[in-house]
Design a protein around this ligand. Sequence first.
Ligand code: CMC
Length: 433
Amino acid sequence: MEEMAKITIGDETFELPVIVGTEGERAIDIQSLRKRTGLITYDPGFNNTGSCKSAITFMDGENGVLRYRGIPVEQLAEKSTFVETAYLLINGRLPEQKELTRFSVLLNDHSMVHEDMRTFFENFPRGAHPMGILSAMVNALRFFYPQLEGLSETEELDIIVTRLISKVRTMAAMSYKISLGHKVVYPKPDLCYCANFLNMMFDSPVKPYNLDPDFIRALNVLWILHGDHEQNCSTSAVRLVGSARVNLYASISAGISALWGRLHGGANQAVIRMMEEIHAAGGDVKPFVARARDKNDNFRLMGFGHSVYKTYDPRAKIIKKMADTVQAKLDKSDPLLDIARELEEVALKDPYFIDHNLYPNVDFYSGIVMRAMGIPTEMFTVMFAIGRLPGWIAQWKECFDSPRWKLSRPRQIYIGNNVRDYTPIEARTKTML
Ligand code: CMC
């Protein structure tokens, strides 16, 4: 029998259905609440609101669990590749060999970027943040590649999806090369997705880049771990913007803009800036931890805390181990890794951090790994965006395939003026404005 929740307002009681997910998560379905009671619900930031039913990603914030399509991220990080995981997220299951080959071929076929788009990169002001550039460029893809006539809906979607995944990687590397004033390196068909990215970033006519299998593997793992994270801020932006029936490129562009923020994906850049500051101040982490718990200081320990995880982020555990592996490849160890380790140790023993359930999140160690690979700090959030792209696409596709994709339209509790008359300008006093 369906479980019901009872809500009493005044002397009337209403029953609302309780819906249960496949992992036993329960939610009160309030869709009929307004019609029956005249009331809406109030949940700033939607932190306790299920905005959709989704079959893509499962998270258990209390126990630090993360699964894509049912498969634990730990297994994917150990055994899968980024391309295979992207297929899994988007299509709902692991590919057979021939499906994976076709997906990889499509990714290769669409990896070039229209030459006219290069002039865009060259005309952004020097120092423009790569996330702003990426968001603009992804939106512009719509105008450069409108020709899909004659294809079935599924073929069209396959092409748009692979085009996006492939071109975003090429554009990211291209924008880096152009920012240096260097010649752009084109994608090579014989390299896999991750190797191609590293090659486009670091190869040059004067200094050929040696592809290191450990770095290629580390990049696969990093992007797998960023693949999806259910209804986070940028994914919700993709779904919300898409619900107005705008094209996929525009929806993803909105996701990239949301991810840029320092409380979200931009935290990976902010973490390294914070650690550089600690390093410059002599390396003592304690004053920074003290500032983070001081309510009169709006400083936060970047890379710590999460809206859903109230324990160690499972992604951070894997990335922390990976930081050691990639560091071992360097001639000189990164002093920021020592600072990160110490900061973690001090914060995890601090009563404020214990009481608030604040643990390292995905961004805490990812910057250390990317630094070791030679990725510049300004590009960190772009790296996050490349990894998150399959998740955004999967979430958008889930909406697109749904027969009842509703226009997102949250409500509010109005707290402004009650009705009042317009006052002519000559009669206005400050209190009337
Ligand atoms: N340092 C110090 N205090 C913190 C921190 C932190 N990093 N994070 C949360 N708090 C405190 C906050 O001050 C508040 O305290 P109180 O209840 O005493 O006023 C309490 O914890 C709850 O914080 P909130 O912002 O109201 O709620 P939240 O749990 O939704 O915050 C967060 C999540 C990610 C915005 C926050 O932890 C934060 O700002 N962290 C630093 C930025 C960061 O690392 N972001 C990356 C998130 S993971 C990658 C991603 O998915 O985007």
